[in-house]
Ligand binder design. Structure first.
Ligand code: ADP
Ligand code: MG
Length: 294
């Protein structure tokens, strides 16, 4: 079902993206150039009430990247994610999926998994029932659903909790169910909107580690919304810093550090230096001059 059945967390070429740098990395020599999975050009979003949420967004997201969208509250991060997911309509500009299939009407059909800030689980359904829901909506065969539930729950460490109800789970476990649900249909891309913001620090760090391991194992692409500099530097191969409303791309920073990333990385001078650079970029993004007319 998944592109990689391997459970190894060893670094490897991810959909053409190279998590390890250095000329001695064989993946660097053998792999093809990363291809754009999403191509955003001249994107503008104005809501019906006149609010200009996003303006002039040009952004390519390549297959296999772990991209964080970082910016102050209200800068349009969720709006951008919803536009990418097709949950909201573009006012001006384009969002293209060069590698996606298209439906009969010429609309792209990318395989997307979406994780919201809240786990949004149905309380009357078991964990398995919640994970099954989107697959049932898509009318997947029963045998495929059963397999997908077992595999995705196993991946998020909840293999034993299939029959449990959401009320019996901690906040971190509920979020794991939400991630399992997003992964169950084998998405090309995982869109995550501040998924760990409501969790305590220890749970959040653990979920950060597990998310990175999953990303490496599944070789998918992640677009991760956060307002935490530390979280974005730990997770991302690339950080897009957005200005206050209307949201614009102010900085596009590459976090060129090898994966897997461990506690050693979290405590390293390189991590601290990246956090400093990203904090400065965020400060620039929040400068009064960047705040355009709403
Ligand atoms: P972020 O996720 O970065 O905090 P949002 O994308 O949620 O920001 O919102 C960007 C701006 O657009 C905010 O000013 C918000 O109030 C506004 N906004 C979001 N959704 C709507 C909507 N449906 N109608 C009108 N304004 C909206
Ligand atoms: Mg938001």
């Amino acid at each position: 079902m998944y592109r990689s059945a391997s459970s190894s967390l060893e670094p490897k070429a991810i959909g053409g993206f190279l998590p390890e740098r250095g000329a001695d990395n064989p993946a660097l020599r053998s792999s093809a150039k990363p291809r754009a999975l999403i191509r955003i050009a001249g994107l503008r979003k104005r809501f019906a009430n006149g609010t200009l949420a996003l303006d002039g967004i040009d952004l390519d997201i390549k297959q296999g990247e772990f991209v964080s969208l970082l910016g102050p509250s209200g800068c349009g991060k969720s709006t951008l994610l919803r536009l990418i997911a097709g949950l909201s309509s573009v006012s001006e500009g384009t969002i293209e999926w060069p590698q996606s299939r298209y439906d009969a009407y010429g609309r792209p059909e990318p395989e997307i998994g979406f994780v919201f800030q809240e786990p949004t689980l149905m309380p009357w359904r078991t964990v398995a029932g919640n994970v099954a829901l989107p697959l049932k909506v898509k009318r997947r065969p029963k045998a495929q659903i059963t397999k997908a539930i077992a595999e995705s729950l196993e991946m998020v460490g909840l293999g034993r909790f299939a029959r449990t109800f959401p009320r019996q789970l901690s906040g971190g476990m509920k979020m794991r169910v939400s991630i399992a649900r997003a992964l169950a249909d084998d998405p090309q891309i995982l869109l995550m909107d501040e998924p760990f913001a409501a969790l305590d620090e220890i749970t959040r760090l653990k979920l950060n580690n597990d998310l990175l391991a999953l990303w490496q194992k599944l070789q998918c692409t992640v677009v991760f919304v956060t307002h935490s500099v530390y979280e974005s530097v730990f997770l991302s191969s690339r950080i897009i810093v957005m200005s206050s409303r209307p949201g614009r791309v102010i900085d596009d920073l590459s976090i060129d550090e090898p994966y897997p990333r461990t506690e050693e990385y979290r405590l390293s001078p390189a991590y601290a230096e990246h956090c400093r650079a990203v904090s400065l970029a965020l400060k620039r993004a929040m400068a009064p001059g960047e705040q355009g007319p709403a």
